[in-house]
Design a protein around this ligand. Structure first.
Ligand code: 3H9
Length: 695
């Protein structure tokens, strides 16, 4: 194998080349290679200056994350960065694409920094539950001042070369070819006899009590529940009062603390599974079909959102509505969505105008779909209505067009069987608002062709969505699991917990909102309709939240009517005491004497229900791997990212303990609490869900 780091010389310029695809991560061989290359440069009497650069898409994507949690191997990254900085001759970092985390720290160890236009410069460690551990917290503030460094490091958000230049993080912006620009800069510095310029020798940043207080106030909201952003801020602040050696020791101590947390484990799990989720053997090497022109049937909130998502990513859309007035309304909704994107700076006014005039066609005749490559129906959730739509699509669409349904629970096999080309049929379950929400469940039916599945994943990538493969069942992955943990919450309410206590316990756990606040946001009519739909098939032992039905009949549909579980003034709700009265009535009717629930019990029951149903979903092949469940809950259901997903959380709790919880709940409520066989097996084998993610 060729070495990932090489040293060679051109004239008086030493070139240190890093090639460790795909992101030039700083694994052991790269760290050792950089150290050796610096030594070679220092010993090379003909070389006056060196350029460090990366091959491929970017400079360096950071430390090798897969090494965290394993025994460290010398040289450590902080030593490598110090070694570069201590080089007696100047070293330039020539940065393109991205310098992230340890990658930027390597650049900060260099004496001069050139970044190409369009490069991302950032210290995103906090997004992985850690903090910069190779001098980033000490060198950055010496260059940028305290406030900028604290914001950059505690948010993890990369900065542009323009911002980096004005804050002092870099010295120059390149606009041409990376190596040509770097060699030009090196020649200039040689001509000037430019000295080494170690950041560690620069003056300490001045303390800034105002900035320190402001960042803490920001973190209390932005990083609620997270450990590493505040630890990172404290490490940056230490740079005001310590020399570099002491500062690095402080940084290392904080780094080691956060490295050892479940938050780090959860966040790094999330990072890797989000990249693994689209890797499916069934579409490996399968070429997707074209999807340049998308058809959308139905221009309600969902259809208009799907159309907006496609238009924002440069796809052409033909939207079908039942009559001209509805088509105009859909166009107006899409226009409103695009206007919001302009307001947020995501789209230019010119682009918006061009999309509306050129890329969007609204029509009332299905014949307008004859040239569509992929059609997504988003009409009323009714099997007969869907079948009529698919019959039309079967009639007008060109051979090979992908025919997708956005149903959230209907049997896609039945829809597929109703037309002449079932292999072209797939479920594309978007979440509302479809142009905002990240998750897309790709529901693969029995006869779906593999290139149709590949097309769905390619479309998701174009749309910037996280696609998860799901199988056909009522609710697919996400809504099926949701209905189970919601049922656990309703059972707790009937037994004595208030919806507000439940929401409170779960927001403490890390959810952005609890289930009852979410119900208010979605609209209590949604849950009511679902209960009506399931009324005939429901087991009599299921708990029906009659209080929620009563709220529906009172017209209290949640945020949109100003009252649901909560009373709203603006978007902030306060508990509605009348809800408690309705619940008390329901308990009396059921002959239940209410009991108290602690926050801990609420969380454990809610999570146990979520994990138990998730295990069934995996066992039945609705989700092919535990990671598909974790990604679904993280991307579409507000599950706290730092806990890694419900099955990662379960692994970290220990499956035996979780099973013991379920068995103890089953003593009082054997109908609801039946341990999933997969959970029972993994617990008995002392295995984890993660062991099923391999491959
Ligand atoms: C750090 O630096 C700590 C230091 O301060 C202190 C240490 C003492 N390591 O995302 P992609 C893999 S912490 C290992 O699809 P893109 C990734 O899993 C680090 N592997 O590409 C995937 O593998 P596969 C701070 C990594 O072009 C493949 O590379 N840095 C790493 O869409 C392609 O990734 C960060 O947090 C890594 N560091 O985006 C940056 N990075 O093909 C993390 C990626 O097998 N990385 N992989 O699935 C990113 O944000 C994006 O990967 C990046 C490229 C923007 C770089």
């Amino acid at each position: 194998m060729t070495h990932p780091v090489t040293y060679e010389r051109e004239g008086r310029i030493g070139l240190i080349r890093i090639e460790n695809g795909p992101v030039n991560a700083l694994g052991h061989a790269v760290r050792a290679g950089i150290t050796a290359a610096i030594d070679a440069f220092a010993a090379d009497a003909e070389a006056g200056i060196a350029v460090v650069y990366g091959v491929g898409r970017l400079f360096i994507g950071g430390a090798d994350i897969s090494e965290f949690g394993k025994p460290p191997q010398d040289p450590w990254l902080p030593e490598v960065v110090n070694h570069i900085e201590a080089c007696p001759k100047p070293v330039i970092a020539a940065i393109h694409g991205a310098a992230l985390g340890g990658g930027l720290e390597v650049a900060l160890g260099c004496h001069y920094r050139l970044a190409m236009q369009g490069t991302k410069l950032g210290l995103p460690e906090v997004t992985l539950g850690i903090l910069p551990g190779a001098g980033g917290t000490q060198r950055t503030p010496r260059l940028t001042g305290l406030a900028t460094a604290m914001e950059m490091i505690s948010s993890g958000v990369p900065v542009t070369p323009d911002d980096a230049l004005s804050s002092g993080l870099i010295d120059r912006i390149g606009t041409g070819d990376l190596l040509a620009d770097a060699k030009g800069y090196a020649t200039e510095l040689l001509d000037q006899n430019a000295p080494v310029r170690p950041v560690s020798a620069m003056p300490r940043p001045a303390p800034d009590a105002g900035a320190s207080a402001a960042i803490r106030a920001t973190l209390a909201k932005r990083a609620k529940g997270l450990v590493s952003p505040l630890a990172a801020v404290e490490a940056v602040e230490a740079s005001c009062s310590t020399d570099l050696t002491e500062g690095l020791a402080f940084e290392r101590a904080r780094f080691n603390e956060v490295l050892d947390t479940p938050q780090r484990e959860g966040l790094i799990h999330a990072f890797f599974i989000e990249r693994k989720v689209a890797r499916l053997p069934e579409i490996d090497g399968v070429a997707p079909r074209s999807f340049a022109r998308i058809g959308v049937i139905g221009g309600g909130t969902m259809g208009a959102g799907i159309a907006t998502a496609a238009l924002l990513r440069g796809l052409a859309v033909t939207l079908i509505e039942r009559d001209a007035a509805a088509a105009d309304k859909a166009r107006a909704t899409i226009d409103g969505n695009l206007a919001a994107a302009v307001k947020r700076g995501k789209l230019s006014e010119d682009k918006r105008a061009a999309i509306l005039s050129d890329a969007l066609i609204t029509a009332t005749d299905y014949a307008a779909l004859s040239d569509a490559d992929l059609v997504i129906e988003a009409v009323f959730e009714n099997m007969d209505v869907k079948k009529q739509v698919f019959a039309e699509l079967d009639r007008v669409c060109k051979p090979g067009a992908v025919l997708a349904t956005n149903t959230s629970y209907l049997d896609i096999n039945e829809i597929a069987a109703s037309i002449s080309r079932p292999a072209d049929v797939i479920g594309l379950h978007f979440f509302s608002p479809a142009h905002v929400m990240k998750l897309l469940e790709v529901v693969v039916a029995d006869k779906t062709a593999s290139d149709v599945t590949a097309t769905a994943f390619a479309l998701a990538k174009t749309l910037g969505k996280v696609a998860v493969r799901a199988g056909v069942c009522d609710g697919f992955i996400g809504n099926r699991i949701l209905s189970h943990y919601r049922a656990a919450a309703d059972r707790m309410v009937l037994a004595g917990a208030s919806p507000f206590e439940i929401d409170d316990a779960l927001t403490d756990f890390g959810f952005a909102m609890g289930p009852y606040a979410v119900a208010d946001l979605a609209g209590l009519d949604i849950g009511y309709m679902t209960r009506q739909r399931k009324a005939t098939t429901r087991d009599p032992q299921e708990v029906v939240p009659t209080w929620a039905d009563e709220l529906y009949h009172l017209g209290r549909l949640g945020q949109k009517t100003g009252r649901g579980y909560y009373i709203y003034e603006g978007r902030q709700g306060t508990p509605d005491p009348e809800v408690e009265d309705l619940i008390t009535k329901a308990r009396m009717e059921a002959g239940i004497a209410p009991r108290a629930f602690t926050k801990d019990e609420i969380v454990r029951r809610y999570m146990a229900a979520m994990v138990n149903e998730s295990a069934r979903v995996v066992e039945e092949g609705i989700a092919q791997r535990p990671l598909d469940v974790d990604v679904t809950l993280l991307s579409g259901y507000g599950f706290p990212r730092y806990r890694g997903g419900p099955l990662k959380w379960a692994d970290m709790q220990g499956l035996r303990a979780l099973l013991a919880d379920i068995e103890s709940y089953a003593q009082d409520d054997p109908f609801f609490w039946k341990p999933a066989p997969l959970l029972t097996r993994l617990a008995a084998e002392e295995q984890t869900f993660d062991s099923l993610n391999a491959g």
